[in-house]
Write a protein that binds this ligand. Sequence first.
Ligand SMILES: [Zn+2]
Ligand SMILES: [Zn+2]
Length: 239
Amino acid sequence: MPAEQLVPGLHAISLGFVNAFYIDHPDGGVLIDTGLPKNASKILAALAALGRKPGDGRHLLLTHAHADHIGSAAALAKATGARTYMHPLDVPVAEAGGGFRPMRAAPGVTNHLVAALIRFRTNTLKMTVDPCPIDQRVEDGARLPLAGGITAVHAPGHCLGQLAFLWPRHGGVLFAADSAAHTGKLDWNIAYEDILEGERSLRKLAELPFSVACFGHGKPILRDAAGRFRERWPGRLVG
Ligand SMILES: [Zn+2]
Ligand SMILES: [Zn+2]
């Protein structure tokens, strides 16, 4: 299945172990993330299956500069002509196409499968991807006039420039990206640059109004997602 509609106008595009998303909107479609290198054709095929042309993807939101999210950003931006958006702290990595920062395993990550995944991720740190020029630097709290309005939330921890996005439609849709993961259950992502910062970010996200949550890795949560976040990461961390 090239694209799966989650709520009206929002489509998940599965690229193997990582997800991209497309918001179909008459003011211009919004693409979120691009998977690993060589994924652009899969994303364009998903748009085609929705009856959309490459040029309908007018905006490309990049949640953070990891190879499994910006791997096809340059190719996709070229094919669509989309304007590219990213947090300023990650722009140098995207524009260099490399220099990914190291991470450490999240709490409780011990089993062999996850260790193997971390090795894979560590290898992706050494990868290079095609450099992608970023048109717009997006700070915490920025209100982007896309798809009726999308708010950016800086959620560092997994990655210094990690952005989440809140689309206040359908009860609120949070694009949590890699701040957390939902592979089997809602939990930490497998690795963080700074776990304490990551926890602080998750508690901040848990206070936002949303009922749907989308992740870079794993399935979306389609009902009472904020409640699930508050259950998992209750209260605010002080300091
Ligand atoms: Zn990541
Ligand atoms: Zn990822």
